[in-house]
Design a protein around this ligand. Structure first.
Ligand code: NIG
Ligand code: FE
Length: 391
């Protein structure tokens, strides 16, 4: 698959792909391949009719956390709502407790199976947020685990500091003071090389736009890009605020209004849609996909892998649900886990099979991209190459 080509998905029927030094050196019609590439190649592979796609990019996860929230799932099915549970001290706060109680090694061991599951479905780059530590010590632990996961699994991990995810119990009733604490954590973690971007949860059960703005101002002062959990449960104007800060992405967006969409379009902010959270919380308000299309806002798709709203480790299922639940076309869904997901992470070197891009790609035992969107549960991945290395 190639970007901006004349055919749907940019598909080439009988293609050749040349990898050199971890980059794509050439890609195109096999018939047009210059002979010297084959002559000087150290290895050649006949992919035997496999479909080759860019490596999948999961651009929004909270994959590092302790414990699970199966009990709350049960409470919800007995009538409690996500917001009620959060207000009663459960929700994110209960994961914070379990995450704080876990050692770094323990957290690593708990998180690794989730990473393995994503990689088994062809994920080659993923973002991991902190946000279940909520103190310098525990946020650091989560970000260090995220970095270690990437190093051990040989996958590109982008880390996002989400200190402003929820109010930790020791700050109850003192949200502004907690934001002061977040503003102290940020430069310390950044100095340790643990932060690629900064996120916040702007919502009536989390932080206000004024508090979010303080976090964004601090991020910008350090030269860090921002992202925002915005308009998930209500339209709080978070998207406009994020756009003012040139945010890489606004995520969730079920309640996004037209002003927010326009602001995002102008700022080039990606809309990250999270069908797993919509499904798992049994939401009924759909994100305004037609409006995003109309304003030309690029849409990405992600698992939102987290214990509370989307305990999901299947990017292929998200491709399917983006279409069935949100009515994206399969082609839009594919852009959502490849080039638009790369944009949402500010990465210009991946998300498409084109000359000069990182050699991150997946071989699948199917003939067409739609065959990967349509099933629920089948995984026809044959092989993954990350940074030019066969996994
Ligand atoms: O992306 N919205 C905020 N954060 C997560 C949920 C966190 C949780 O419930 O543990 C999300 O949906
Ligand atoms: Fe999230």
């Amino acid at each position: 698959m190639q970007p901006e080509a004349a055919t749907p998905y940019g598909l080439i029927d009988d293609a050749a792909l040349v990898v050199q030094g971890g980059r794509i050196a050439w890609v195109g019609d096999r018939a047009a391949l210059a002979p010297f590439w084959s002559e000087q190649a150290s290895e050649q592979h006949d992919c035997g009719g496999a479909l080759i796609t860019p490596g999948l990019i999961d651009c929004h996860t909270h994959l590092v956390y302790g414990g699970d929230r199966a009990n709350e799932f049960e409470l919800r099915l007995n009538g409690a709502s996500y917001e009620e549970i959060a207000r009663a001290g459960g929700g994110i706060a209960s994961t914070v407790q379990a995450t704080r109680a876990a050692s770094e090694d323990d957290l690593f061991a708990q998180s690794l199976p989730r990473l393995n599951a994503l990689m088994a479905e062809g994920v080659t780059t993923l973002e991991i947020k902190s946000g279940y530590g909520l103190s310098l010590e525990h946020e650091r632990k989560c970000l260090r685990v995220a970095r270690r996961l990437g190093a051990q699994a040989g996958i590109a991990v982008r880390t996002t500091f989400l200190g402003a995810h929820a109010l930790p119990p020791e700050f109850t009733g003192r949200a502004d003071e907690y934001i002061d604490a977040v503003l102290q954590m940020l430069p310390a973690l950044h100095e340790e090389g643990l932060v690629d971007a900064v996120d916040a949860f702007c919502e009536r059960i989390a932080f206000s736009t004024a508090q979010t703005e303080r976090v964004f101002t601090a991020a910008k002062a350090l030269g860090l890009p921002v992202k925002l959990h915005a308009e998930q449960l209500s339209d709080s104007g978070g998207a406009q605020l994020a756009a003012r800060f040139g945010a890489l992405s606004c995520d969730h967006l079920e309640w996004l209004g037209e002003e927010g969409a326009k602001a995002m379009a102008q700022a080039g902010t990606v809309a990250v849609l999270l069908p797993g959270a919509f499904y798992f919380l049994r939401e009924t308000k759909l994100p305004p996909v037609a409006m995003l299309r109309e304003h030309g806002v690029p849409m990405a798709i992600s698992t939102d892998c987290n214990p509370g709203s989307s305990p999901c480790t299947s990017i292929l299922l998200m491709l399917n649900m983006a279409c069935t639940l949100f009515r994206l076309t399969p082609e839009e869904a594919w852009a959502g886990v490849t080039r638009h997901a790369a944009l949402a992470l500010g990465l210009a070197d991946r998300g498409a099979l084109a000359q000069g891009m990182r050699a991150d790609f997946v071989l699948w035992d199917v003939r067409s991209p739609a065959q990967l969107v349509y099933p629920m549960g089948l995984n026809p991945r044959r092989a993954t190459v990350i940074d030019g290395n066969l996994q």
